[in-house]
Design a protein around this ligand. Structure first.
Ligand SMILES: *Cc1c(COP(=O)(O)O)cnc(C)c1O
Length: 376
């Protein structure tokens, strides 16, 4: 505390930083292991990496690094628009889709406003709401850790500016059915923005609603997508939003001119052009899910059925299990910060990585009584 830090706005000063998955290099150094021996299944990254075509595009773009990127990201926005059958005016790009969420908060959240989201939804909604001095209304989930859309709609009050709907939801992996989303859209007040965060849409193992179409038909619906998950570009930071031209124009206002860098723009264009890679990623997701579900059943551990590239596993304790797995060189995400203190979240990896996870987990279980992990 100093004279200077005392002047920090209370809403900012009170923030607790987002806790990301722990990096391989760091964990390896702590354990005295070779980084190649550490498996990271903690950040819902793509087990396949990025497509070779994308890596070639990145290498080509490297020679242009001394140039500023196209500030309006026109070619990328045109390519995204073409891919979805919408107009480039209906597309905004961000430094990750997290930045799109931040533009939403810039435009719509603030003191005297509220936002609505599930109690176990993506942590960034709560963080942004607090950062911009708005009031977060956290709605309990239904049985099975599924969004309760009726309760979320009922929670909308006269101050509500934004409803965040994450589908499939991170960290639970659960989905809401297309007709339920359609009902929510029909019922939500016109002056409330519905943000449908579809970070896992391309990997989804259940039918997705036609949200992009709804977003272009409705002035108060925004769909967010990202290149971080299905396309394997998490390290490049590029995502996008689709909505009405009027909404997108408003969201452009708080955007810095060069928010998506030159390499990321080229990589994202090449990524959209390589849809077979996405098919492969989805296929890997499906087999990994089956492997993990079967393995967990054998261990007698409960899990939350997931439609995305990760799942919650009920180990009875969160941090404890995560830190013991980490000691075995397997990084997963503890879920206590999401108020799910019984669960860890594991991202689907390559077959050998999933096997490492299951083996390390089995080693933690007491023999013959595989229900809950006992504290060390
Ligand atoms: C990963 C993720 C994002 C966005 O990630 P970016 O890397 O910022 O594009 C957004 N929403 C959810 C729910 C996510 O899991």
């Amino acid at each position: 505390m100093s004279a200077l830090t005392d002047t920090i706005a209370p809403a900012i000063d009170a923030l607790k930083p987002y806790e990301p998955g722990r990096p391989i290099e760091l964990v390896a150094a702590e354990l005295g292991l070779d980084p190649a021996e550490v498996v990271k299944l903690a950040s819902n990254e793509n087990a396949l990496g990025a497509s070779p075509k994308v890596r070639a595009a990145i290498a080509r773009a490297a020679s242009e690094c001394h140039r500023y990127p196209d500030g309006g990201a026109l070619r990328l926005r045109e390519r995204i628009a073409e891919f979805h059958g919408v107009s480039p005016k209906q597309v905004i790009v961000g430094n990750g889709s997290n930045e799109i969420l931040e533009f939403v908060a810039h435009c719509f959240a603030g003191p005297g406003k509220s936002t609505v989201y599930s109690a176990h939804a993506f942590a960034i909604y709560r963080l942004l709401t607090a950062m911009f001095g708005a009031r977060g209304i956290e709605v309990p989930m239904r049985q099975g850790l599924v969004h309760d859309l009726e309760a979320m709609l009922a929670a909308v009050d006269s101050e509500t500016a934004v409803v965040f709907l994450c589908n499939p939801n991170n960290p639970t992996g659960t989905m809401v059915a297309p007709d339920a989303v359609e009902h929510l859209i029909a019922a939500i007040p016109e002056d409330v923005l519905l943000v449908i965060d579809e970070a896992y849409a391309e990997l989804a193992l259940a039918p997705m609603p036609p949200s992009v179409r709804w977003a272009t038909e409705r002035p108060n619906v925004l769909v967010c997508r990202t290149f971080s998950k299905a396309y394997g570009l998490a390290g490049l930071r590029v995502g996008y939003g689709i909505g009405s031209a009027e909404l997108v124009q408003a969201l452009q206002k708080p955007r810095q001119p060069f928010n998506v860098n030159l390499i990321a723009q080229e990589a994202a264009i090449a990524a959209l052009d390589d849809q077979p890679f996405v098919e492969d990623a989805r296929a890997l997701c499906r087999t990994a899910r089956d492997t993990l579900e079967n393995g967990l059943r054998k261990l007698g551990l409960a899990f939350v059925p997931s439609a995305a590239n990760f799942m919650l596993v009920d180990t009875g304790n969160s941090r404890e299990t995560a830190s013991r797995l980490e000691t075995a060189g397997v990084i997963v995400r503890p879920m206590d910060g999401y108020r799910l203190p019984h669960y860890i979240r594991v991202t689907y990896g390559q077959p050998h990585e999933n096997a490492r996870f299951l083996d390390a987990l089995a080693d933690l279980l007491p023999p013959n009584a595989p229900q809950e992990l006992t504290p060390a």
